[in-house]
Design a protein around this ligand. Structure first.
Ligand code: SF4
Length: 343
C-alpha cells in the first residue's frame, strides 16, 4: 500500500496509534521480522563546526579530543567482521585531518580485509564533490548526513551559518557519486514551528532517501541550548512511523538517542517501523568522549556485548537481529548497486 502525504498527515492527527501500527505492518511486509545490525565506529570527535546543539562542537573546550588512526580502525573492523558484522559505519565530526588520501586508503584496506563482503557507511560531513567520488571508488557504499531541520532559518541559526541549501547540495553531490544516501532530522528542537515535523518528514520523501535517521533532541548542558525544554519521545516515534509510510523501502534505525530518552525507546521505535540497530563498537575509552547529547547509554559496554542485549530486546518485540549486509530495498531497486559492481 502506498500512502500519500495527506493520508499520513490525517492519520497522525486522527489516530497516531493506528499510524504506528500501520507503519510496523508495512515494515514487516518489506523486511520481515529482520532488524539489520550496523557496527558504529566513532573515529574522531574533532570537529571544525560549532552546531549549537552538539556536545562535541568546537567551542566545547572541556571535551577530551581523540582521533583513531588507521591501525586502530582496522583492528576494530577486524574484530567486528569476526563477530559477524557486515556493515561498518565510520562516523566523525567534520575533521579535515582525515583527508581524501587517508580515507581512501582506509576504505580500500577495509574492503580488502573483509574480502568485499561488507558495506561501509561514512558520516563525516560536507566535503568537496570530488572527494565523495574518490571515496565511493575506494569502496564506500553509503553516506549519512542528516539535514536536522527542514526549516532554513533554524538550520542556519543552529549550524553556525551553514545553510540548508548547502547541506542539500552536499546530499545531491553524494547521490550523483552513486552512494546509498541517508539523512534525517531531530525532533523537538527549540524554536521549531508547529509544522516543522511535517516539513521534516516531507523533505525525507522529497529526497527519496534510502536511509532515514531520526533522533529526539536532548539538550546538552555544555551547549548554548542547555536550557531548552526536553520534548517527549513520542514525537520521534511518530516521525519514524510517518517516514516508514512514505518511504516503505528505506532503512530506518531505532537510534541510541531514543534509548537514551526512554529505556525501551529503541524497542518502541521498532514497533513504529524502524528496522536497524547500531551497536557502538568504538572502544569504551573513546566513546565516552563522543557525547553529542548527554547521558548516552551503552558507554561502559564494548559494543560487542551490546549485540547480545540488542538480540534480547528484538525478541521482546517479536523481531530477530540480522547480520546480513542489509542494503535498503529502495537503493537496490534503483539498480545503482549492481551497475556499480559490474563496472
Ligand atoms: S553536529 Fe556534527 S558537524 Fe555539528 S558540531 Fe557536532 S559533530 Fe560537528
Amino acid at each position: 500500500m502506498i500512502f500519500s502525504e495527506q493520508e499520513v498527515l490525517d492519520l497522525y492527527h486522527r489516530n497516531p496509534e493506528e499510524l504506528c501500527r500501520q507503519a510496523e505492518v508495512l515494515c514487516r511486509n518489506t523486511y520481515g521480522n529482520k532488524v539489520y545490525l550496523r557496527g558504529l565506529i566513532e573515529f574522531s570527535n574533532y570537529c571544525v563546526m560549532d552546531c549549537l546543539y552538539c556536545g562535541i562542537r568546537k567551542s566545547h573546550s572541556a571535551v577530551k579530543r581523540y582521533r583513531l588512526d588507521h591501525e586502530m580502525i582496522m583492528a576494530i573492523v577486524r574484530k567486528g567482521y569476526e563477530a559477524g558484522l557486515r556493515t561498518f559505519v565510520l562516523q566523525g565530526g567534520e575533521d579535515p585531518w582525515y583527508d581524501e588520501a587517508y580515507l581512501c586508503r582506509l576504505l580500500e584496506n577495509i574492503k580488502s580485509l573483509t574480502r568485499d563482503q561488507c558495506a561501509i557507511t561514512l558520516s563525516c560531513g560536507i566535503r568537496p564533490r570530488h572527494e565523495y567520488r574518490a571515496m565511493k571508488q575506494a569502496g564506500a557504499d553509503r553516506y549519512l548526513m542528516r539535514f536536522e531541520t527542514a526549516d532554513p532559518e533554524l538550520h542556519q541559526y543552529l549550524r553556525g551559518g551553514v545553510t540548508l541549501k548547502q547541506r542539500l547540495q552536499a546530499l545531491d553531490d553524494l547521490k550523483a557519486s552513486g552512494f546509498e544516501i541517508g539523512s534525517g532530522f531531530m525532533t523537538g528542537l527549540p524554536d521549531e514551528k508547529p509544522d516543522s515535523l511535517i516539513k521534516n518528514v516531507s523533505l525525507c520523501k522529497e529526497l527519496e532517501l534510502d536511509m532515514v535517521g531520526i533522533g529526539p533532541f536532548i539538550p546538552h548542558k555544555a551547549t548554548p541550548l542547555a536550557g531548552a525544554k526536553q520534548k517527549p519521545l513520542s514525537e520521534a516515534l511518530y516521525a519514524v512511523a510517518m517516514v516508514r509510510l512514505l518511504l516503505p523501502l528505506a532503512n530506518i534505525p531505532a537510534t541510541t538517542a531514543m534509548g537514551t530518552l526512554e529505556p525501551d525507546g529503541r524497542e518502541r521505535a521498532l514497533e513504529c517501523g524502524a528496522n536497524v540497530l547500531m551497536p557502538n563498537i568504538t572502544p569504551a575509552e573513546f566513546k565516552k568522549e563522543y557525547l553529542l547529547y548527554p547521558d548516552k547509554i551503552c558507554l561502559e559496554e564494548s559494543g560487542f556485548e551490546c549485540i547480545g542485549c540488542l538480540s534480547l530486546r528484538c525478541r521482546g518485540v517479536n523481531r530477530e537481529l540480522s547480520f546480513e549486509i542489509g542494503h535498503s530495498q529502495s537503493f537496490m531497486n534503483k539498480g545503482v548497486y549492481y551497475a556499480d559492481k559490474k563496472s
